[in-house]
Design a protein around this ligand. Structure first.
Ligand SMILES: *[C@@H]1O[C@H](CO)[C@@H](O)[C@H](O)[C@H]1NC(C)=O
Ligand SMILES: *[C@@H]1O[C@H](CO)[C@@H](O)[C@H](O)[C@H]1NC(C)=O
Ligand SMILES: *[C@@H]1O[C@H](CO)[C@@H](O)[C@H](O)[C@H]1NC(C)=O
Ligand SMILES: *[C@@H]1O[C@H](CO)[C@@H](O)[C@H](O)[C@H]1NC(C)=O
Ligand SMILES: *[C@@H]1O[C@H](CO)[C@@H](O)[C@H](O)[C@H]1NC(C)=O
Ligand SMILES: *[C@@H]1O[C@H](CO)[C@@H](O)[C@H](O)[C@H]1NC(C)=O
Ligand SMILES: *[C@@H]1O[C@H](CO)[C@@H](O)[C@H](O)[C@H]1NC(C)=O
Ligand SMILES: *[C@@H]1O[C@H](CO)[C@@H](O)[C@H](O)[C@H]1NC(C)=O
Ligand SMILES: *[C@@H]1O[C@H](CO)[C@@H](O)[C@H](O)[C@H]1NC(C)=O
Ligand SMILES: [Cu+2]
Length: 609
């Protein structure tokens, strides 16, 4: 197996098709075949660091990939259902689902596989686009799935194929980037097998935890324009929980094997709720965050911001029993709350009774939304921070504008509320060598090649709300941040506290309330990369910026086939949209709108102009 894989690494194109046939035997759902069989033989319970010849946990995955020649095919069908009975037994008026469930199917692959995912839009009137959160998309910006930026939305009745390489490994998720549609259920998980920084016996798989609302996301987007975030109605653990209203539904129930070490892949797929997780009587050891393997770090509880992922190991070394896995909320810090006061899942030791856990565990009640910044990536990055001078071109201020007549809460970054144009995505300008982006695309052009560029993101000095800031297309270094407990505005002298010596590297970081965070990424990936707050209501409210990275290189590198696919999809959307605009349909006709009548907020809810 090892030599076969290394041979593949050298001549993938020769062996690729034979391997594909092997990977997806006829009769099996394509892509759903046993990924475990494909893992390398040297990756064993006692040696998870090993992967295959020439590739292990220390391999710099930005520098080389164990190309397998395997393409994993998946089809994801997005549908809309009314009066749908959810996993907690409560009926929701309207949901949008991937293959009929929340969450949708798990996308699985091995490090170095190619993914080919067909997304079918069977929604009634919404467009859609699917974003593969945290996937690097090196030189594949058009596969990033951000409508209005990297593509036009896929109109109802149409589909598109996304193809990209699994350049990194670990746990992540996918979600719609059309308005706040993912809050209606268009979400699923991604698991890419690879080496790990700690041995473990059993991979329990993905464990997404999400806030869950009985109202539609479309309603909540409207609601949060003028109101504070509502508490979630429930919290789902891997798609399950009991209803806090009626007790219907069932707890998620994970079986642990006594004496064994388990890997759990925690993924926060919330739209608004941040959680602190703890497993009664146990510690958890972090081995990876946001697709970046880290040196093992043991914690008794773990804050996970929206969009963040932590792979942890859990030793089943306690008494054979049942234990609560609790999600608790941060107190008084506005990072989420739920109608369900004690969201929890059961962790059941094999051999224990079928009863509910009895011990309540120790309450963990942090008072800030602070995430960890003391993780040490296994594959190191050390950069010099001394040349950095903060100035208006690299400071991005987040502001809450309370002066707009049509909505109370308008979020801006760098002075602009993003209002993307579904009909003319940013990448269309870039491919046409145009730089006259509409101001509302909120673009920041970055021309430098293979340089580390620094950004200071400054929070509103008047509003004490944290934001989980997510960057597409890059893992960034968190080089500095204000203190969560006594945050202060950024000052030039803060640069002296920057740390470029292998700091925490990830793709979502918490921006302290009233404070700042400084990040650095290397300009090695041409294309337009969205950076936004991952709270759905805030990105819908405009809290996003587009880094247009090396536009000339991007335009030069796009293949003719990708360009054609891009324009065909835009032609289909632009043919569909104006005549099906629900805004038009809802319009009483009493008020005529001018020109292209609707514009979009964020990634993009509808706003009346
Ligand atoms: C999703 O549903 C479609 C249509 O039923 C099916 O062809 C496809 O295999 C499903 N995908 C997965 C990953 O199960
Ligand atoms: C959904 O349920 C509501 C309330 O029970 C009912 O009025 C409505 O007709 C139902 N809609 C559909 C499409 O079944
Ligand atoms: C998306 O679908 C929802 C539910 O049907 C609807 O309320 C909303 O107006 C639609 N938005 C667009 C832009 O089509
Ligand atoms: C969560 O559900 C997925 C899909 O059914 C499964 O593969 C995974 O093992 C589950 N996770 C846990 C921790 O049980
Ligand atoms: C998920 O992220 C959201 C938003 O950052 C946060 O409010 C919530 O506490 C996180 N949930 C968990 C379980 O960490
Ligand atoms: C949890 O799962 C185990 C194993 O399937 C089962 O024996 C036990 O009864 C379940 N616990 C509850 C409370 O359902
Ligand atoms: C954990 O959740 C259970 C079930 O909801 C609850 O009874 C218990 O008090 C919670 N423990 C903590 C520490 O939050
Ligand atoms: C801002 O500082 C950077 C160095 O960090 C420098 O390259 C750039 O020219 C400066 N811009 C202005 C407008 O001073
Ligand atoms: C980037 O390069 C282009 C082409 O050389 C130039 O027109 C543009 O002004 C540059 N933009 C910035 C922000 O440096
Ligand atoms: Cu936010």
């Amino acid at each position: 197996m090892r030599s076969f894989l290394s041979a593949l690494a050298i001549v993938p194109s020769l062996l690729g098709s034979a391997f594909l046939a092997h990977a997806a035997p006829s009769g099996m759902p394509r892509g759903a075949d046993a990924v475990a069989h494909r893992a390398s033989s040297c990756n064993t319970a006692s040696n998870r660091a090993c992967w295959t010849t020439g590739f292990d946990i220390n391999t710099d995955y930005d520098a080389k990939t164990p190309i397998t020649g395997v393409t994993r095919h998946y089809t994801l069908v997005v549908t809309e259902e009314t009066n749908w009975t959810g996993p907690d037994g409560e009926v929701k008026g309207l949901v949008m689902l991937v293959n009929g469930s929340i969450p949708g199917p798990v996308i699985q692959a091995d490090w170095g596989d190619q993914l080919s995912i067909t997304v079918v839009n069977n929604l009634k009137e919404n467009g859609t686009s699917m974003h593969w959160h945290g996937i690097r998309q090196l030189n594949t910006n058009l596969q990033d799935g951000v409508n209005g930026v990297t593509e036009c939305p896929i109109p109802p009745g149409h589909s598109r194929v996304y193809t990209f390489l699994a350049e990194q490994y670990g746990s992540s998720w996918y979600h719609s980037h059309f308005s706040a549609q993912y809050g209606n259920g268009v979400v699923g998980t991604i698991l890419i097998n690879g080496p790990a920084s700690l041995p473990y016996d059993i991979d329990l798989g993905v464990f997404p935890v999400s806030d869950y609302y009985y109202s539609t996301a479309d309603y909540l987007v409207e609601y949060t324009k003028n109101n504070g975030p509502p508490p979630s109605d429930n919290v789902l653990f891997n798609g399950s929980n009991i209803s806090p209203l009626t007790g219907k539904g069932k707890y998620a129930n994970v079986t642990l094997t006594p004496g064994k070490r388990h890997r759990l892949r925690i993924i926060n797929t919330s739209v608004e709720n941040h959680f602190v997780f703890s497993l009664a009587g146990h510690t958890m050891t972090i081995i990876e965050s946001d697709l970046v393997p880290v040196n093992a770090m043991t914690v008794s509880s773990l804050f996970v911001g929206v969009g963040q992922r932590y792979d942890v190991t859990i030793d089943a070394s306690q008494k054979i029993d049942n234990y609560w896995f609790n999600a608790t909320f941060v107190t008084n810090a506005q990072c989420g709350s739920s109608v369900n006061p004690f969201p929890a899942a059961i962790f059941h030791y094999a051999g224990a009774s079928g009863d509910l856990p009895t011990s309540v565990g120790t309450a963990v009640t942090p008072t800030t939304c602070e995430d960890l910044t003391n993780l040490t990536p296994v594959v190191q990055r050390t950069i010099s921070t001394s040349g950095f001078v903060a100035n208006t071109s690299n400071e991005l201020a987040v502001t809450l504008d309370l002066t707009q007549p049509d909505q109370l809460f308008t979020w801006k970054i760098d002075g602009t509320k993003m209002i993307i144009d579904w009909e003319q995505p940013v990448d269309q300008y870039v491919m046409n060598h145009q730089s006259d982006f509409p101001a509302s695309d909120n673009t920041v052009v970055v021309n430098k090649t293979d340089q580390w560029v620094f950004w200071v993101i400054e929070n509103d000095p008047t509003i004490g709300i944290s934001h989980p800031m997510h960057l597409h297309g890059h893992d960034f270094l968190v080089v500095g941040r204000a203190d969560f407990n006594s945050p202060s505005a950024f000052q030039a002298s803060d640069v002296s506290s920057f740390n470029g010596n292998n700091p925490t590297r990830r793709d979502v970081v918490m921006l302290p309330p009233l404070g700042w965070v400084a990040i650095a990424f290397k300009t090695d990936n041409p294309g337009t990369w969205l950076m936004h707050c991952h709270i759905a209501w805030h990105v819908s409210g405009g809290l996003a910026v587009n880094f247009v990275e090396r536009p000339a290189d991007f335009a030069a590198g796009v293949s003719a086939a990708d360009k054609t696919a891009f324009s065909n999809q835009c032609a289909a959307w632009n043919k569909y949209y104006p005549s099906h605009d629900p805004d038009h349909q809802d319009d009483s006709g009493l008020r005529k709108r001018n020109g292209v009548s609707s514009r979009f907020l964020g990634v993009g809810a509808i706003r009346e102009e």
